[in-house]
Write a protein of this length. Structure first.
Length: 151
């Protein structure tokens, strides 16, 4: 994706999908900046919905070539709250939860935390399957990613 001017934000919609949990899953990303758009998707044969939600945001941030203003829209409260509220405490406590259990998907949280620190990110939650065009597009891409692994 060609990078925008410094004041043009990159708007990113992300979603994950899983057919069974665990089961075949996919992630989807729709990036827009000015007149530029990019679609990304992929999947795994055996995964969970939460892993695909996290992977979508990781792939989106990883596609950016330099620091910019980013607006991320996700229908996953797990992702939004995890990165904006929970991750600092998990790191401080050695990647254990409040009830002293290991943080699930730690590998992905570590990577997301690293990537988010390289950008000027604002996190937004949108209701899934509620007609938001960006969310619907990301959902379509996530399902396309999952379809590659379905029998």
């Amino acid at each position: 994706m060609s990078q925008p001017g410094e004041n043009t934000p990159v708007v990113i919609y992300t979603d994950g999908a899983c057919k069974g949990n665990p089961g075949p899953g996919g992630w989807g990303v729709w990036l827009r900046s000015g007149e530029h758009e990019k679609e990304l998707f992929g999947g795994e044969a055996v995964t969970t919905n939460n892993r695909m939600e996290l992977t979508a945001v990781i792939e989106a941030l990883g596609a950016l070539k330099r620091r910019c203003k980013v607006q991320i829209y996700t229908d996953s409260q797990y992702v939004r709250k995890g990165i904006t509220e929970w991750v600092a405490g998990w790191k401080r406590k050695g990647w254990v939860t409040a009830d002293k259990k290991p943080v699930k998907n730690q590998d992905l949280w570590v990577r997301l935390d690293e990537l988010a620190a390289t950008q000027d990110v604002q996190w937004h939650w949108v209701r899934g399957h509620d007609g938001d065009p960006g969310n619907e597009k990301a959902d379509e891409l996530a399902n396309r990613g999952a379809a590659q692994y379905m029998r």
